[in-house]
Write a protein that binds this ligand. Structure first.
Ligand code: MIG
Length: 653
């Protein structure tokens, strides 16, 4: 059962598609509504809290404070309250009660889940204006499904987007892209896509292509398409200010950019230098910007990633000016320690400064809003611009789209990647723990940068991470400028990398089938164990294993130099220890704790009782997977225990 409440004067976000009546009376479960901007709920010892999408820390969110405030922060340490997303849905589940809640507000909101006071959950708003949806159900999963049913179906990418993707900031020109593809082919490692980061553009201008680096882009896209390789360019939120640049000129002519209080367009700086931000909240601007993707679609491009859409701001012209003034005042003076730190702070806090988010406005649904009031739906609406445009521009064919910033509702238009993680073992674990929370909020097509974005990867970390990445719908190796090169063919044990990625291609029929079922049933692809074994106390304690679809449990190894790991097996299962599609051993494991060996090149897959796993003969591209020759790995059932969903992988649903 879902009840909708209204507090104050909420701004519509278009995240919920179901039309629910607004209830009168106080919000249930909350014992006191604290004057104005806080709701407090006492928690029982046994209460656990799941959800909130892309955040740091474990699956049970209890014991920390999370603030929904989409932020470009490339250091995802456990002290961070905000990452790139605002996904305000959680389920609290305890001994004899449980409920879900969705806090629908485009402004900042904090979930203080036993941080300030260990046994209290408080929700604090900057402005106390929100729709609250309170959901009751038989189980955590039942609540999740009810929630998913009101927010609309999740985005479905083309099948090729389940293939392996190689990325780097940046492949600088045609030749470098060719080389990546050649090397993958030489190493016989399957691959479906290569990503183009900001340097493919001319001066970081959206929808432009550098003629120097890609002299005949259309021909190059075609050349790659002939090898069944999809090129996936990045699009940034800021539009470069440059006379004669068509997008800029059109934006000015159509009055599509975000304005300051005085009516002038905000001037911020990002990669291109000075930019204006399109007002993605404005329907006309959204339509205009969305139509621009056609420039690249017309070159044969069929996938994109939207970046910097929190929006990330290196500095605003106005703030920079203020800082220079203040520095000028300090110059020549004898700086005491405090003024010195203030000076230092002034400069380091130029980027993504809170005050800058109060300097500009949106024209949204016929009213004017200061940016900070609607901050969390900016990236969502950039991706919505693209998603709505693709329905017009590519009515028959699905287009790949995923975004860095997100809000619930955006899950209908695209997926997400988890931003600038690092080549740290702890971030492999974080990736595992983020997946189910993303799924709860509707983000099914998702994944993190495999191998880690920042910092230098090691071969063993990359291998373990790839062993987990083969299960995530978005399976992309990406790394930052200046870090160690991370393409799989550069490491010593090419054979193992080949076998692992080939295993992914064997799993694609199953993963795609389970993904599509999750979309149509409002289900999750990745579940914490306790969502499926709610009566089992140990299942609640297990935060480093996942159920993947109906048949599988995975237990990734995420520690360096580990020759295996402890696994909690919630019921009798069949363990498959894969070294490759053909080379694996199996054993039946009983319910309970086990130490399970897994050498560096081995992937642990557990098949649930009464379930089957279809597997394809490994193929070099998704398009070459032979669906007529599937092998079934079964535990206590026949292959007919599994009903496989398949379609052409490209037509819109
Ligand atoms: O300020 O385009 O998260 O994936 O490689 C960094 C360069 C901008 C951040 C993205 C990352 C991408 C990078 N971008």
């Amino acid at each position: 059962m879902i009840r909708k409440y209204r507090i104050g004067n909420p701004i519509e976000t278009d995240s919920v598609v179901a039309d629910l009546p607004v209830e009168d009376g106080p919000v249930p479960y909350y014992e006191k509504v604290n004057g104005k901007n806080e709701m407090v709920l006492p928690m029982d010892k046994k209460d656990r809290v799941y959800g909130l999408g892309e955040t740091v820390r474990g699956m049970n969110k209890r014991g920390f404070i999370y603030t929904s405030n989409c932020s470009d922060d490339p250091v995802h340490t456990e002290d961070k309250r905000s990452l790139y997303a605002a996904q305000n849905f959680f389920v609290l589940w305890g001994k004899d009660r449980g409920f879900g809640m969705y806090v629908d507000t485009p402004g900042q909101v904090s979930f203080d889940i036993g941080y300030t006071a260990k046994d209290f959950f408080s929700i604090c708003f900057e402005d106390f204006d929100a729709y609250l949806y309170v959901i009751e159900g038989r189980s955590i999963l039942d609540i999740v499904k009810q929630f998913r049913a009101i927010i609309g179906k999740s985005y479905v990418p083309p099948l090729w987007a389940f293939g392996f993707g190689q990325s780097r900031w940046s492949y600088m020109n045609e030749q470098q892209v060719r080389e990546v593809v050649d090397q993958y082919e030489k190493a016989d490692i399957p691959i479906d896509s290569v990503y183009l980061d900001i340097d493919y553009m001319d001066g970081y201008k959206d929808f432009s292509v550098s003629e120097e680096r890609f002299p005949d882009f259309e021909a190059f896209v075609k050349e790659m398409a002939e090898k069944n390789i999809h090129l996936v360019p990045i699009i940034d939120a800021g539009v470069k200010i440059e006379k004669g640049y068509d997008i800029y000129e059109e934006g000015i002519a159509g009055d599509y950019f975000c304005k300051k209080e005085n009516g002038e367009n905000l001037v911020a700086a990002v990669w291109p230098g000075k930019v204006h931000f399109p007002d993605f909240l404005n329907e006309k601007a959204r339509r205009w910007f969305g139509d621009k993707y056609k420039l690249l679609l017309d070159c044969g491009i069929d996938g994109f990633w939207n970046d910097m859409n929190e929006p990330a701001v290196f500095y605003t012209e106005d703030h920079l000016h203020e800082v220079f003034e203040q520095i000028r005042e300090l110059e020549g003076k004898n700086l005491d320690i405090r003024s010195f730190f203030r000076l230092q702070d002034m400069v380091t806090s130029l980027a993504n400064n809170e005050a800058d988010y109060k300097r500009f406005y949106h024209d949204y649904k016929g009213a004017r809003y200061r940016h900070d009031k609607v901050h969390n739906i900016f990236g969502y609406n950039m991706t919505r611009a693209a998603g709505e445009a693709f329905e017009r521009l590519s009515p028959d064919k699905r287009i790949l789209m995923f975004s860095r910033s997100s809000y619930i509702g955006m899950h209908r238009y695209g997926g997400v990647w988890c931003g600038d993680n690092k080549s740290w073992w702890s971030h492999l674990l974080l990736n595992i723990q983020q997946m189910p929370a993303l799924n709860m909020c509707g983000f099914l097509y998702s994944g993190a940068d495999v191998g880690g974005f920042g910092a230098d990867v090691t071969e063993d970390l990359l291998m373990r991470w790839t062993e987990f990445g083969i299960f995530t719908p978005l399976f992309r190796n990406h790394s930052a400028e200046g870090t160690r090169r991370q393409e799989l063919y550069r490491f010593t044990d090419t054979e193992s990398f080949r076998n692992i990625v080939r295993l992914r291609y064997s799993l694609i029929p199953y993963l795609y089938s389970e993904f599509m079922k999750a979309v149509s049933n409002d289900d999750m692809l990745f579940k914490p164990l306790c969502f499926a074994y709610p009566e089992d106390d140990m299942a609640y304690e297990t935060e480093d294993q996942l159920l993947v679809g109906e048949s599988l449990m995975i237990a990734p190894v995420y520690k360096q130099n580990a020759g295996g790991r402890y696994v909690y097996v919630p019921e009798e299962m069949k363990l498959c220890r894969f070294r490759s599609y053909d080379d694996y051993d199996t054993e039946i494991v009983e319910k309970g704790h086990h130490y399970i060996a897994a050498a560096l090149n081995e992937v642990l897959v557990f098949i649930r009782k009464g379930h089957a796993l279809p597997m394809a003969v490994p193929a070099g591209r998704t398009g070459r997977i032979d669906y007529s020759a599937l092998r079934y790995e079964c535990f206590d059932c026949g292959s007919d225990a599994y009903s496989l969903f398949a379609d052409d992988g490209i037509s819109r649903l």
